[in-house]
Design a protein around this ligand. Sequence first.
Ligand SMILES: Cc1ncc(COP(=O)(O)O)c(C=O)c1O
Length: 419
Amino acid sequence: MHTPTRRLFLGAGLAGGAALVAGCSDDTSSPGSDAPASSAPDPGAWDPQDWDSVRSQFLLDPDLAQFAAFVLSPHTRLLEAAIADHRARLGRDTEDALLVRESHEESVRQAAAAFAGGDPSQYALTDSTTMGIAMMYGGLTLRTGDEVVTTTHDFFSTEDSLRLLELRSGAKIKRVSLYDEPAAATVDDMVKRLLDAVTPKTRVVALTWVHSGTGVRVPVQEIAAELRDDVILCVDGVHGFATVDVDLPDLGCDFLATGTHKWLFGPRGTGILWGRDWEPLTELIPTFSGPKGPRRLTPGGYHAFEHQWAMKDAFEFQQSVGRARVVDRTVEQATQLKDGLAAIDGLTLITPTDPAVSAGIVCVDIPGVLPGNGIEELRSRGVVASATPYETSYLRLGPSIATSPDQVDQAIEALTEFV
Ligand SMILES: Cc1ncc(COP(=O)(O)O)c(C=O)c1O
């Protein structure tokens, strides 16, 4: 059992909590009345309570069971309509469309906060998880003698950002393994291994919420509860965002970077950086949005605004289905898949079966079959999967709201056939 500290109480009490977020209260402007309405979900055209209807919103080939949809958002019809609307306005009179850019950004921040908790001022807009990660680790001020504790399980974007942080600052990066066998990972052991590596010199802990190489979910909340409050906890949250039903302020971290073009199924080329308090971060990329709060940390330069502004519609799509329902649907199918795979001889389940230490990603190892060949075998049976992009690579399936329990059975059957 871990005793909660101020870090968790702070988060849990953050209902509309702008007052708790030092330095952020300046960003409370609401969208201008002249902000063009984007195409909000039309309840007449689909039924958010009906999973077939939700699935039919995706532009994906319906003849395939799409277990790699989370890798890069395939967009929904509603999202495409919203993008087309913004694109048309930008195309017709670009200068005029840009006049309401800040209103659109604020609408996105409000929709993000309505979906993932906290205050709109805690959301900076990015283009990807990688951009947010680079802004977190590039924006921190460390010096020689400081330590960063991270793990051996992180994605390249975190590893390389920390390499650059080490080069710039002289801080030492310390890597710990949170588990030997992913399938046997437990909350208590992961918390212990991480905390054992923390010393008085530790200034930053750098984690990935759900490991894309194994599907293991790191107990961020439990780690946060045990960390000294002066240690900055940074998280790559991409495979936990929209697959774990928690408000970001309650997670206990200080910064979380995530793309909104994976499990959220938002516009490709979009993401957010969430910050409890922006104060510790220096901006890396000059902003066009304003000097304070999330605007300071929202990278400037012109973007594909039709995508950035349509993030609002993606958050609203998830909201209309319901965050908890989406997560349950994902986890239920992941559990169904893991149960089915565990019964197949000659196949090793890499991801833990326990939902407390996993989310939507399910990795398997098939001795003698390269993941690339496994992908081809599955595709020939109508199942789309991906491979984990790590030195040790596994076949990876991600059930989601774009798949169905029948398709999970199809995937199990397809794997049974060729293993
Ligand atoms: C854990 C993890 N972090 C970050 C990324 C990169 O995300 P993005 O394309 O949004 O930068 C990936 C994979 O794409 C990933 O698996």
